[in-house]
Design a protein around this ligand. Structure first.
Ligand code: PLP
Length: 366
């Protein structure tokens, strides 16, 4: 832990800056590789939707005016798609920023925040930032342990479930989610982070939007960074009871989503063809990669998301370094205390083939 400036809040002493996946630009420059295949950050590999490009270009004309602070039109369209009321939605600068708002709105110093481990690393950081106590409940067979989470949640303020879970790609089923919600008291906020929901093929995946009707303490978190391909523009949202959304509205920035991002989000929401192509590409790519990893003798977890967690059987950060020298970025598992594992995003067929070729070569060398 590094020393903090004496002027900093005490909570900062427990925090380390978030370590993001490497960018393509950084890897290209550092390793002198012309073409970089980025499979480290779970983005949509198909590139920008043409509809988004057009919408952003026309929105550019008006960037001298502030954006709509409440994302009125986008919120109305999202609400209609989800079958909820517009006051059940809060849209912000990426799901990460919605998480920050959840912390600001609901976590007091000393509150307990129940998390699975390994899971998305922003959750414990958020709890620590607020002076709350993150309580990590180990996954069981790589899945959230519902009874253990529910037991830990007694008297806790917030529970966060990542479904599908990053980095494992595993899910909780509808029945398991209902059980968790039944076991956790109404005085505890249950946040279900569904950043990867749109990639799921398993019909047992929970319909959390329907569950909202019966669970006023449920908050569903989603993003347009993944299947909708807007990671670089930053649009995420919360769906919950209007009373919970009103709390988020009190702490959010005045203009959390810029004009270009709002225009892009409106354009891509109805772009069924783009989303369908991404989904199909992911299904095929996941099957291809899974077969290839099996042929390489590498254990990996069945995934419902757009990434696969694989045990490389040796220090993954060193192998990731070798892969970057060959222009391929993956995410080593050090972040999740899984030092021999790596998380690999499903790419285009060309990306996947390049990954397999590079991985075979570095494993041979190792
Ligand atoms: C589980 C999970 N939640 C939230 C986020 C953040 O999403 P956004 O890009 O909308 O901030 C990510 C990003 O990787 C994620 O994996």
């Amino acid at each position: 832990m590094s020393e903090c400036h004496p002027l900093a809040r005490r909570a900062l002493a427990a925090l380390e800056p978030y370590i993001p996946g490497r960018s393509a630009e950084e890897v290209a420059e550092r390793y002198g590789v012309g073409q970089v295949t980025k499979l480290g950050s779970n983005e949509n590999p198909l590139g920008v939707s043409p509809r988004v490009r057009d919408a952003v270009v026309s929105a550019l004309e008006r960037v001298h005016h502030y954006p709509d602070p409440g994302c009125t039109r986008l919120r109305r369209r999202m609400a209609a798609r989800l079958g909820v009321a517009a006051d059940q939605l809060m849209i912000s600068n990426g799901a990460d920023n919605v998480l920050t708002c959840i912390g600001l709105a609901f976590l007091d110093p000393g509150d307990r925040c129940i998390l699975g481990a390994p899971s998305y690393t922003a959750y414990p950081s958020l709890a620590l930032l607020m002076g709350a106590t993150p309580v990590e409940v180990p996954l069981r067979d790589w899945r959230f342990d519902v009874p253990a989470m529910a037991a830990a949640a007694a008297g806790a303020k917030v529970v966060i479930v990542c479904n599908p879970n990053n980095p494992t790609g595993t899910i909780l089923s509808h029945d398991e989610m209902e059980t968790l919600l039944r076991m956790v008291g109404r005085d505890t906020l249950v946040v279900v982070d569904e950043a990867y929901a749109e990639w799921v093929e398993d019909p047992e995946f929970p319909d959390t939007i329907a569950l909202l009707r019966r669970h006023p303490n449920l908050l569903v978190l989603r993003t347009l960074s993944k299947i909708y391909g807007l990671a670089g523009l930053r649009v995420g949202y919360a769906v919950a009871a209007p009373e919970l959304i009103a709390c988020l509205d009190r702490v959010r920035e005045p203009f959390p989503v810029d004009r270009l991002a709002q225009a892009a989000a409106e354009a891509v929401l109805d772009d069924e063809g783009y989303v369908w192509a991404a989904f199909q590409n992911n299904l095929a790519g996941k099957a291809f990669l899974s077969r290839a990893l099996t042929e390489l003798g590498l254990r990996h977890l069945p995934s419902q998301a757009n990434f696969i967690l694989v045990d490389l059987g040796r220090p993954a950060d060193q192998l990731a370094e070798r892969l970057m020298e060959r222009g391929v970025i993956v995410r080593p598992g050090t972040l999740w205390r899984l030092p021999t594992w790596a998380r690999i995003t499903i790419g285009t067929p060309e990306d996947n083939a390049r990954l397999v070729e590079a991985l075979s070569a570095v494993l041979r060398e190792a």
